[in-house]
Write a protein that binds this ligand. Sequence first.
Ligand code: NAD
Length: 361
Amino acid sequence: MSKTILVTGGAGFIGAALIRFLINETDNRVINLDKLTYAGNLLSLKDIEGDERYHFIHGDICDKTLVCQTLKHFQPDFIMNLAAESHVDRSIEGPSAFIETNILGTFSLLEAARSYCLTLSDEKRHGFRFHHISTDEVYGELGDTGYFTEESPYLPSSPYSASKAASDHLVRAWSRTYNLPVVLTNCSNNYGAYQYPEKLIPLVIMNALSGKPIPIYGDGKQIRDWLYVDDHVRALYCVVTKGEVGETYNIGGCNEKTNLEVVTAICELLEELALTNAYSSNEIDGGFSSLITYVTDRPGHDTRYAIDAGKIARELNWQPMESFNSGLRKTVIWYLENQAWCQSILSKPQNKPFSQNKPSE
Ligand code: NAD
C-alpha cells in the first residue's frame, strides 16, 4: 500500500535523489520540508515538480509549530530526516548553524513526532517510522585496518560530525525513553549527480574544466569509502520499509580510495571525455592532473573511514549496485552535460561556495 513520507532536506543532494526515487519508482506520496539554505536547490527536483504525489513546503525543521502542522495535515507514515548542515569546512569556520539545524532541528522533529504519534490509531502508530539519516564520521577515524560497525564507539572529530553524533544520541534516547519507533543509518561519502559544487568530486571537475588549481588537503592520502548516491537511496528505502525498530544500519560502498586516487581518476576521465567530446576547450599543458595543488591540511582531518555494511546486507538484503569506476564515469558525464546547473547555483551570491581551495569530501 502506498505511504505518505515526509522527507526533510529534500532539496539537498541526497534528499533530492531520494525524492526522485520515491516519485519515479514507487507509488508513495512525498512531502518535502526544506529551508532552502545555500545547499538546497529545487532545480534538482525539476523533473517531478508537477507530480500530484509531490508537495513542497518551504520551512525550517527547527520551527516545531510548522512541523506539527505539517504532520497533522499530511499524516505521514514515515519521517526521513535528511535536513542538515553537511559541510565539514563550514562547520569549522562557523559551527552555530550546525548546532541549530543538526541538534536543535532534530530535537524539534523528535518532539513533534512524539506528539503526532499520540494522535495515531494503534495500527498507524505500529507502522510509523522516524528514520534519522547520519554519517560514518560520527565514529571518528580508523587506523590502517578495521571497519566501523554499528557497535563502534562514537568519537567525532569536527563540529559537523559532533553535531551529527549528538543528533544520533537524541534519536536513540527518544526511542528508549518515549518508545518512538526509530531507525538510524550511518553512511559513508556519497557521490553522484546534483551534488553542490563545493564537495570534493564536483569541485575537482569544475576547477579542472576552468583550468583552476585542483586543491588536495595535506598529502592526499586520507582514505574515504565512496558510495553512489542512488545506491544510498535504495538502502534508505530498504531500512525505512524493512528495518527493525530501534536498530542502526551502516551503509557503505566497499570502495576505499585515497583522496589523491579519486582526484587522479577524475582527471583521467576528463582527459578522455571532456576534450574529445568538446565539453571543454581548455587543453591543459601536462593534462588536468598538472593542476593538482597540495594545500595545508584542515585541522582534525580524519585519516581513514571504512564501513562494514554486513548487517544491512545480511538482514535487509541490500548491496551497492554501482562500481566506483562506473559511478564516477556517470557522475563526470553528468557534470559535463550539466555545467549550466552548476553555473546557475554558483551565480547566486547567497550560494557562494565555501572556498575553491577547501576540497571537503
Ligand atoms: P546537503 O547539504 O546537500 O543538503 C541538506 C539539505 O537540508 C538542503 O536542501 C538544505 O536546504 C536543507 N536544510 C538545512 N537546514 C535545514 C533546516 N533547518 N530545515 C530544513 N531544511 C534544512 O546534504 P546531503 O549531502 O544531501 O546530506 C543529507 C544528510 O545525509 C545529512 O544529514 C548528512 O549528514 C547525511 N550524510 C551525507 C553524506 C554525504 O556524503 N553527502 C554521507 C553520509 C550522510
